[in-house]
Design a protein around this ligand. Structure first.
Ligand SMILES: *[C@@H]1O[C@H](CO)[C@@H](O)[C@H](O)[C@H]1NC(C)=O
Ligand SMILES: *[C@@H]1O[C@H](CO)[C@@H](O)[C@H](O)[C@H]1NC(C)=O
Ligand SMILES: *[C@@H]1O[C@H](CO)[C@@H](O)[C@H](O)[C@H]1NC(C)=O
Ligand SMILES: *[C@@H]1O[C@H](CO)[C@@H](O)[C@H](O)[C@H]1NC(C)=O
Length: 407
């Protein structure tokens, strides 16, 4: 390292080492070297752009080879236009957000997929209890994706690409312009203690979006947004999701899949010990009827899930067609094969009659769907709860309400 050491001899027994780098005085704390963004010119005044200061702090922390390092953002409101933190770094690195990071209102300020991005980093911890405020409420009205397939793509709050052996613990995310957390090609990656919030009617504000990733654990998270609480896209392997409080929102979804070419299989998904409250879907798998990819979705387990006033608590839709933006219903059959999906111990209330709605592809019927201990009650007055099951192979065990699913 390039900094000079001053040795202060305070007594004959104790030496205090004070590292004074040429420009910044960063401190050691519990064996970690802390790179405080204030020492790089960052100001928590909610106005000035801090991207340059954050980048310099990151670069020094990332290149620090003397042990673990921490980029530290103290209390305050730190305005940030857009930023990408790139690795690889020399050692374990933490990014500790204590205060608030404030996104620009203007859409033109952000010219990348996410407002804040991390890429090519290993052994990263993002933590601190701080808040990412995407200020999305100003741009949601510009989102016309429900009627315009070429709608403007707004940025997501935070993204992780090619990041391994890392975790996010104790971060809050508010009002993203589009989705909140975007994970692409991450590996051995955990998310805990995260709270994600946007209004139930905000467009495309997915909570956590995951693609092409493996060995992930998500637990103890609270997500209420205007879109999927968690969206699992193609190419994911071995995802463990537990203790999720989801609502409002569109539930935990696999898909939509099948529409784009070169999609990869999804293998190994567990969702357990979670509560859906007031969501318009619960556990959902959605594939487009007209598919160009022939993929396999397999080894899914949904277990110990409570539904409170949920529309479509259990749904497989292989004729997925939102907002009528596709060709005539029933003309095509999905080429996505769904296999080995277990639903065990799922109970609560449904706001739609078809609480159990499993509609698989005519050409690739679902295989090995196992239903056990399901008790869903319809909340409306216009009839009794029903099950709709088509093209489903598998078995039923224990008590199932609604019980009229033909498997
Ligand atoms: C990251 O951690 C892994 C073990 O999880 C280790 O093999 C690797 O060397 C670490 N990388 C860095 C940059 O510290
Ligand atoms: C993620 O959590 C799992 C299960 O608790 C643990 O085995 C793994 O080491 C964790 N990985 C990281 C990077 O924290
Ligand atoms: C769950 O996360 C919250 C923060 O959202 C935290 O305060 C709490 O301690 C966590 N609970 C467990 C059991 O880890
Ligand atoms: C479900 O959501 C409603 C409305 O937000 C809330 O009043 C209720 O406490 C929630 N129930 C549970 C069990 O979280």
């Amino acid at each position: 390292m390039t900094s000079k050491f001053q040795i202060l001899c305070v007594s004959s027994l104790f030496f205090f080492f004070l590292a004074v780098s040429s420009a910044q005085a960063n401190v050691f704390h519990g064996g970690e070297k802390v790179f405080d963004v204030r020492n790089y010119g960052a100001r928590g005044d909610g106005k000035r752009d801090n991207a340059f200061a954050f980048k310099k702090a990151w670069n020094d922390a990332c290149q620090w080879s003397g042990g673990r390092s921490t980029v530290y953002i103290p209390a305050g409101i730190f305005y940030l236009n857009q930023i990408t933190f790139t690795g690889p770094c020399k050692s374990y690195i933490a990014f500790t957000i204590t205060g608030t990071l404030l996104a620009p209102l203007s859409l033109s300020a952000i010219r990348q997929e996410e407002w804040i991005a991390f890429e090519y980093v290993d052994n990263l911890t993002v933590t601190g209890g701080g808040l990412l405020d995407g200020q999305g409420s100003y741009s949601w009205r510009l989102n016309d994706c429900n009627k315009n397939p070429n709608c403007p793509v707004l940025d997501m709050n935070i993204g992780f690409r090619f990041v391994r052996s890392s975790r996010i613990n104790g971060i809050r995310s508010l009002n993203s312009k589009m989705g909140h957390f975007n994970l692409f090609s991450v590996e051995n990656f955990n998310i805990t203690g995260v709270t994600i919030t946007a209004p139930g009617d905000s467009p495309n504000t997915d909570g956590i979006k995951i693609g092409r990733s493996k060995d992930m654990h998500i637990s103890n998270v609270t997500i209420g947004t205007g879109d999927d609480c968690i969206a699992i896209l193609d190419g994911n392997t071995n995802l463990e999701i537990s203790n999720v409080r989801c609502g409002p929102g569109h539930g935990i979804s696999v898909g939509s899949l099948g529409r784009n070419k070169d999609e990869k299989n999804v293998e190994g998904l567990t969702v357990r010990d979670s509560v859906f409250n007031g969501t318009n879907n619960g556990l959902r798998i959605k594939t487009w009827a007209k598919s160009v990819s022939q993929t396999l979705l397999s080894k899914f387990l949904y277990e110990n899930i409570q539904m409170i006033n949920v529309g479509n608590p259990i749904v497989i839709d292989q004729q997925y067609c939102p907002n009528g933006l596709c060709e005539s219903n029933g003309k095509y059959n999905s080429h996505v094969q769904i296999k080995d999906v277990k639903y065990n111990n799922i109970w609560g209330t449904s706001t739609t009659r078809a609480a159990l709605n499993i509609q698989c592809s005519k050409t690739f019927p679902c295989q090995d769907v196992k239903l056990s201990n399901i008790n869903l009650v319809y909340k409306g007055r216009d009839g009794l709860v029903t099950a709709l099951c088509e093209n489903v192979g598998g078995s039923v065990l224990g008590k199932i309400v609604p019980g009229d699913c033909r498997i």
